[in-house]
Every structure is written in structure tokens, then in C-alpha cells.
Design a protein around this ligand. Structure first.
Ligand SMILES: Nc1ncnc2c1ncn2[C@@H]1O[C@H](COP(=O)(O)OP(=O)(O)OP(=O)(O)O)[C@@H](O)[C@H]1O
Length: 295
């Protein structure tokens, strides 16, 4: 299980690092094995920073981040258990090498003693698992494949690691057309069946509901609401989540920030940064309205 306990990330910015940005602020939630959790939020809300911390690519400033009880780190052994897939599949492939070089690199790093024939069999199986025809996609250069095919090859690469426990999928569908998007999302569903935990990062509300048992809504680095997906989407309680769900784009109408609701029933949530359990498996932050104690 992946456990985030008041995870915080502060970046030093400005000349001589004189100022700072808190990209992630006291975020707590868990992702169990065989569970998909959607991390939803607008641009700049801290989603990718959170993903990068889980992948050990950026250190945590405060709080604790553990996988199976062990602190998150980087390095070969950790990446056998945890993998990330990102928005732009083209950036993960070197254009001068054939696309299947990504599989050869996994062999070199983790399975140097496996025979070439055995490895070819494993690669072909993983490629079929992501519903591609090995004859069509192996031995091709990245520019000869579509974004959806490359994205699936990256999922296949993750599947070659037999100890894989957790996948961070950061905006992996945003460059895909509607039908490929659904196929790739269904693949994430298959990973859940295999017992993997998946953090699916997106800013797309419709896709967010598609797979996940749990949804976490992030705004300005803080969780505004989290819980069972059908509760967060079916009965949104934080004004920001309501605003997000109600916001249908209209031609010529600018995005306006969430209107405060008349009263905030969650201001007594306890220690600052804690969420109020509004109903079982549904947690809501204080709306920070005028009049809320401490705001
Ligand atoms: N290396 C960095 N140095 C300074 N500030 C950073 C750094 N990385 C991210 N930030 C800041 O942290 C905040 C969160 O950024 P992050 O990329 O996590 O947001 P996001 O929700 O993933 O956005 P998007 O959906 O646009 O990718 C932003 O204000 C961003 O400018």
C-alpha cells in the first residue's frame, strides 16, 4: 500500500532562492493494492509534483511517503516495484533507436541472465497483454508508431517487471483520441485486476470517474475533497469541487473562480490541514470562508 501522510513539497524560487512555493501541502491519502485512485486538479494544483515524489524523482520536504511501509526512494530496486508513465509518450523514446529498445534496457538492468529467446517471448507476451500485435509494432522506429501505440508499449514495459506493485499514470491519455483513450484506461483497469495500485493523474473530470474507486481533488497543493468516487462526484460538498463539476465551458465566457457558499460546515475539522469526515469514506476540507475560525 502507498501511504501519504501530510506530504509537503516546498520549492525554493527566486534569485538566490529567496522565496518559496508550496506545491503540495500536507496531503494524506492511501492507495491499496488492486486499487485505482484518481488525482484530480487544475493546472498548477500540484498533481505532477506529487507523482514525482512517489517516483522518488523529487524529495519530500515534510511528511511521510511510504510504499509497503518503506520510505519512497529512487534507484533500480525501487523502480522494479514502482513505475511512472507520462503524458508525452514520444519523449520516452529515443528517435534514433527502434521503439523496442525500451524493452532491451529493462533486460539489461533487471534480467541480464535471461536468454534472448526467452526474453523475446516475454516481450511479445507483454505486448499482446496491451492489445498490440508484436508483428506490427516491434522492430519499428518511434515515428512509425502512433501516440497510443507508444503509450501502450510503455505500459507493456512496466508489465515486464514481475515485482511491479505501483504505477503512476500522469496525464497519460491527454494526447490520445477518444477511442484510444478508453482502450488505455481499460488497460489501467486490467492492471488493477493484477493487483497493482494505480495513481491516475488527470485534469479531465469525465475520465477521472471512469475507473477509480477513490478520487482526490487537489487545489493549490491542498486536498479540498476526497473519498469514494461516487460520493465525491455524486455528492460534492466543497464549493470548489461543486464549481469544478458544474463548470461547463461556454463560448466567450471566462473561467471564474469558485463562489463561496453561504456557510461552511467543515471549519471545525480539527487541526489545520485535516479533513472533515462528512460521511463514511467522504472527506472534505474547510472552505476557508470569511468567519471560519482561523481564516
Ligand atoms: N521545480 C520547480 N521549481 C519551482 N516551482 C515548481 C517546480 N515544479 C513545480 N513548481 C510549482 O509547483 C506548483 C505545482 O506544479 P505541478 O507541476 O505539480 O502542477 P500540476 O497540477 O501537475 O499542473 P499541470 O496540470 O499544469 O501539469 C506550480 O505552482 C509550479 O509552478
Amino acid at each position: 500500500m502507498l501511504t501519504l501522510d501530510r506530504v509537503t513539497k516546498t520549492f525554493r524560487t527566486g534569485t538566490f532562492s529567496g522565496s518559496s512555493v508550496t506545491a503540495v501541502d500536507r496531503v494524506s491519502f492511501t492507495v491499496g493494492r488492486g486499487e485505482v485512485v484518481t488525482l484530480l486538479g487544475e493546472s498548477g494544483s500540484g498533481k505532477s509534483t506529487l507523482g514525482r515524489m512517489i517516483l522518488g524523482l523529487t524529495p519530500v520536504t515534510a511528511g511521510s511517503l511510504t510504499l509497503g511501509g518503506e520510505p519512497v526512494r529512487s534507484g533500480r530496486e525501487y523502480y522494479r516495484r514502482v513505475q511512472g508513465i507520462f503524458q508525452d509518450p514520444f519523449s520516452c523514446f529515443n528517435p534514433v533507436f527502434k521503439a523496442d529498445r525500451v524493452f532491451a534496457l529493462v533486460k539489461e538492468a533487471y534480467y541480464p541472465r535471461v536468454s534472448a529467446a526467452d526474453w523475446r517471448g516475454r516481450v511479445e507476451r507483454a505486448v499482446r497483454d496491451v492489445r498490440l500485435d508484436p508483428g506490427q509494432v516491434l522492430n519499428k522506429y518511434p515515428h512509425q508508431l502512433s501516440g497510443g501505440q507508444l503509450q501502450r508499449l510503455l505500459i507493456a514495459r512496466a508489465l515486464l517487471l514481475d515485482g511491479l506493485e505501483f504505477l503512476v499514470a500522469d496525464e497519460i491519455t491527454s494526447m490520445l483520441d477518444a477511442s484510444t483513450r478508453v482502450d488505455v484506461l481499460n488497460l489501467l483497469g486490467d492492471l488493477r485486476e493484477r493487483g497493482l495500485g494505480v495513481l491516475y493523474i488527470t485534469h479531465d473530470l469525465a475520465l477521472g470517474t471512469y475507473l477509480a474507486e477513490q478520487t482526490v481533488v487537489l487545489r493549490g497543493g491542498r486536498i479540498t475533497e476526497r473519498g469514494a468516487t461516487e460520493k465525491v462526484f455524486g455528492n460534492p460538498m466543497h464549493p470548489y469541487t461543486r464549481h469544478l463539476l458544474a463548470a461547463v465551458p461556454r463560448l466567450g465566457v471566462d473561467w471564474v473562480d469558485a463562489e463561496p457558499v453561504g456557510s461552511c460546515v467543515f471549519h471545525d475539522a480539527g487541526a489545520e490541514g485535516e479533513l472533515h469526515e462528512a460521511e463514511p469514506d467522504h472527506f472534505v476540507a474547510c472552505a476557508q470562508l470569511p468567519g471560519c475560525p482561523g481564516h
